[in-house]
Write a new protein. Structure first.
Lengths: 242, 242
DNA sequence: TGAAGTTGTCTATTAGCATAGACAACTTGA
DNA sequence: TCAAGTTGTCTATGCTAATAGACAACTTCA
């Protein structure tokens, strides 16, 4: 039933958008993969770059692709399944999903324990802490920003260590802790503030999942307490109570 | 695979044209019948009359409808243009007309050559043959029934092969023949017999064009000889003498 | 650090889409 | 013959699609 030229009466941008969508659906462009550059797409469809941009804009609006300035346009991965268990390791979860986990230090600074932080960490109010602000990514996609607090006495120079190892697991291993587990997890949601939105490459007004968690060593001694903000549109938590 | 709104990026006249074409294809507007007036169509699609006119113009250009000033616009009963050349391929002719060629096996059986069949195929009288009865369609419209005879020695199991490939071109390709041409074509007409009328979905007493033809390979060796019965009201043969 | 390559944004122009109204030309049926 | 209804043609206007070029902003990699 599909008619004449199949071209006349159908806007070019629409033809391009449909073509790319078909490419994604048929797996020619895999999830998370980078699409050809706008110029290259324009050449293959023999069309102006602006027309390609319009096609990509409609796909982006529907969440099929995501453009990253200076880098490229990527096929949007489905939400990262993020199981919440007592043994929760960002790198393992992301790796299990077939993605490459990355971490980068945003900022490390000294801090002092508020009453709540002190209670979580089993310290006294006002105790010296190291505060680590980090961004975690799956491949090139930012997943979450987390603010972690550790005892400055037990983990001196934790900031510098994290900057080099880029992983909380490796950081605590550096201090001789080979295993730890999640002792508490609280989840809520909020709108990303300006700096988190920028780190996570989120549009203004987009929601984040806020996770407060504390990890303890096998003895039950608190190691680190965190507040993580996950880009809600990129992850879904799986709670399995076993 | 058809995407978003299904409206954005598709011109209104195109949507109207497609809608009317679907109406014709599904039989809501029968062949020869009068379409609603341009004003009425404009109202049902909530569109300007000029937009309807454009839609009708494209349909008229393709021969699906015909406008008569002062009277109305009518669904054209269009005959499939069927050029008769030395290179005659049903699938190519139908495809070139913007239709989807189809074929289906009615029956395959063993036969022996009459004197005439033997002469056409360059065999001896009584030589073993394969007889293939097939129906050929454009889109869903039956076009012709053809009875083909091939040498059983040269093309063993031709019937089973045809049943799977559904194309004479592909059948002979299966036996290593990559090209062939029409060596002789004779045309006459008759009234469809009961079984042909049923296959072709023709009313009783309707005429068929009877075409006797023989195809030969590049060496001039006969491959297949056929008697085809075309629904006369659906095709017109074009003889181009160049 | 710098060059190359990427996406984002701006201005400008041309062509096509869609609407609106009016009237001519023609057919049909009362 | 006339009125109603049909398609054909003209003018006009506003909006969208598509092209083109230039440059900014940013990322990546050597």
């Amino acid at each position: 039933m599909s008619m004449q030229d199949a071209a006349t009466g159908v806007a070019l941008w629409r033809q391009v958008a449909d073509g790319i969508e078909r490419g994604i659906a048929e797996g020619r462009f895999a999830a998370g993969e980078k699409l050809p550059g706008e110029m290259e797409i324009a050449e293959t469809y023999r069309v102006n770059r602006h027309t390609v941009r319009r096609a990509l804009a409609t796909l982006a609006e529907r969440g099929l692709v995501r453009a990253e300035r200076g880098s490229g346009t990527y096929v949007e991965t489905q939400r990262l399944a993020y199981p919440l268990r007592s043994r929760t390791r960002f790198s393992e979860i992301v790796g299990a999903g077939g993605h490459e986990p990355r971490g980068q230090l945003i900022e490390a600074s000294d801090d002092v324990a508020t009453r709540e932080l002190a209670r979580e960490l089993g310290l006294k109010t006002g105790a010296p802490l190291v505060r680590i602000e980090a961004l975690r990514l799956a491949d090139r996609t930012p997943i979450c920003v987390s603010t972690s607090w550790l005892s400055a006495e037990r983990f001196p120079d934790a900031g510098q260590v994290f900057a080099s190892v880029r992983s909380m697991t490796k950081l605590v291993a550096h201090y001789g802790i080979r295993d730890y587990r999640r002792s508490s997890t609280r989840i809520t949601a909020a709108i990303a503030d300006a700096s988190d939105a920028a780190r996570l490459d989120l549009a203004l007004g987009r929601p984040v999942l806020v996770v407060d968690s504390t990890d303890v060593d096998p003895d039950g001694t608190p190691i680190v307490t965190k507040r993580s903000r996950f880009a809600a549109e990129r992850v879904e938590f799986l709670v399995d109570n076993t």
